[in-house]
Ligand binder design. Structure first.
Ligand code: FES
Length: 154
């Protein structure tokens, strides 16, 4: 029997199919969502309903460096909102969006589990504590330079 997206042709495999696409591509492209809907015989609105309901799914590609700014209580009281505002300004993209060069995505998270280091930011799994806009600027410039020199940071 024909199998696509790593699942049998059965509507109950919708979530699994979306997980497989995301694992492979990093997000769920529109065309894939349409194809999954056709393949599993479910309405496209249902596919998007599921994809937007679960936080694990992304409908847009992410940048090479995902900058996650903690907005938990400890970080919030230490001014993490300033970090978000700075990033939006400095990178020229909104939360959840990616810079045109495909390098940076800004995300907001509830708690990074590093409250003692508030305000904390995570970049591709590395935590940076006691951040302020200046340190964040330096970090981004450093990452850009590493990119230019062909080094992979984080
Ligand atoms: S609240 Fe920011 S790391 Fe916990």
């Amino acid at each position: 029997m024909e199998e696509k997206f790593g699942v049998p042709r059965d509507p109950s495999y919708l979530i699994k199919a979306l997980q497989n696409i995301q694992t492979k591509k990093g997000y769920i492209p529109f065309e894939d969502a349409v194809e999954v809907a056709e393949y599993l015989g479910v309405p496209l609105t249902r596919v998007f309903g599921v994809a937007t309901f679960y936080e694990q799914f992304r409908l847009k590609p992410r940048g090479k460096y995902v900058i996650r700014v903690c907005q938990g209580t400890a970080c919030h009281v230490k001014g993490s909102k300033t970090l978000l505002d700075f990033l939006r300004d400095f990178l020229g993209v909104d939360i959840g969006d990616t810079t045109e060069d495909g390098l940076f995505t800004i995300e907001r998270v509830a708690c990074l589990g590093a409250c003692a280091l508030a305000p904390a930011v995570e970049v591709n799994g590395t935590i940076y504590g006691k951040m302020d806009p200046d340190k964040l600027r330096e970090l981004i410039i450093e990452l850009k330079e590493a990119e230019r020199n062909g080094e992979q940071k984080n």
